[in-house]
Write a protein that binds this ligand. Structure first.
Ligand code: TRP
Length: 326
């Protein structure tokens, strides 16, 4: 039997090419080799400020984006976290075996605390427990995540060990499946492409908008004039080429930049074309899904059923072990 993979994506905004390269594309590549479950983690998304009407739209939008990106519902399970209440139930139980100090140490919590000074809610702190519950409920063998989530995964393994040693063997310790892709920088040169920094290219961006955004994107700052040679290895545009362009084009822009044979505009035009070539079939598929919301709803309902069954069985075992079945 194939090993189980579980991963989650927050419905917290427009999905950009960084999310695609950093996560979704890796998911697509393993879909045939594992028994995959992909989850739209809406209960994680409510730990930071949001508008209910927008969240409602984004849950569906996120599910559609996954399907449009090649996460084929016939080959895996896709569902929405809040529709399977066992996730929050297990979270409560794991809360009771987790030292507060372990949570306070998490890097993402410390970062988010600084970013959300006006709303440091308990959910921000216990976020990793909900994530551990997502994973452990399905006896997951492996979790594909970006390096920013590696600490949460280590925490999940610790959680499994702690529970198992106290109540007997119940959970598996999941492996981390790190994708090949590194994190994509923002167009402004910031270390992370993110919606909140508005330095992204959306996955469903129209052709003209891809160009508008790339045109003004930061390049090697030392290359001020067209005749100055550039350093591709510090240029974010070159790192994007690595993800979207052919070997041949890569060689061409690498040499062209270093020798000033090509300018940044020409280099960016090649990239714009390649990004558009990658995302245009996804855009088409998305439009098709927009006209077919019933299909997406059916996929999510099927996913809910499958996951309820699996999560329900694990929870019965957990309730029994912790002593609440009488
Ligand atoms: N915390 C993850 C992120 O922000 C999302 C997530 C929630 C997740 N539950 C998960 C990822 C379970 C993998 C497995 O990217």
């Amino acid at each position: 039997m194939a090993e189980r993979v579980f991963s989650g994506i927050q419905p917290s905004g427009v999905i950009h090419i960084g999310n695609y390269i950093g996560a979704i594309k890796n998911w697509v590549s393993i879909i045939d080799s594992y028994d995959c479950i992909f989850c739209v983690v809406d209960y994680h998304a409510i730990t930071v400020g949001y508008t209910p009407s927008e969240l409602r739209e984004r849950i569906l939008e996120t599910a559609k984006t996954l399907i449009a990106s090649g996460i084929d519902p016939d080959k895996c399970t896709i569902f929405v976290q809040s529709r399977v209440p066992e996730h929050t139930e297990l979270t409560w139980i794991l809360n009771a075996v987790t030292p507060v100090s372990d949570l306070e140490r998490m890097t993402q919590y410390k970062d988010k605390k600084l970013q959300n000074m006006d709303n440091i809610n308990t959910g921000l702190l216990t976020y990793p427990i909900l994530m551990a519950s997502d994973i452990l409920l399905y006896k997951t063998n492996a979790v594909p995540v970006g390096d920013d989530q590696a600490q949460h995964l280590e925490f999940t393994r610790e959680m499994a060990r702690r529970f198992n040693s106290r109540f007997g063997d119940t959970f598996l310790e999941p492996k981390t499946l790190l994708g090949e892709a590194t994190r994509i920088k923002g167009l402004d040169g910031n270390t992370k492409m993110s919606k909140s920094l508005n330095n992204y290219i959306a996955l469903m961006e129209e052709k003209e908008d891809i160009w508008k955004k790339l045109k003004v994107a930061v390049t090697d700052p030392a290359r001020k004039r067209r005749t100055d040679p550039g350093n591709p290895y510090i240029c974010n545009i070159f790192s994007l080429h690595r993800m979207f362009s052919s070997e041949e084009e890569l060689g061409f822009v690498e040499k062209g930049c270093k020798t000033a044979e090509i300018g940044c505009i020409e280099c960016k035009q090649i990239l714009a074309k390649n990004i558009n070539d990658t995302v245009s079939p996804l855009r088409d598929k998305m439009r098709e899904l927009d006209r077919n919301t019933d299909y997406v709803m059916d996929v999510l309902e099927e996913g809910r059923k499958t996951c309820s069954r699996l999560a329900g069985a694990t929870m019965e075992e957990v309730r029994e072990k912790i002593g609440v079945i009488y």
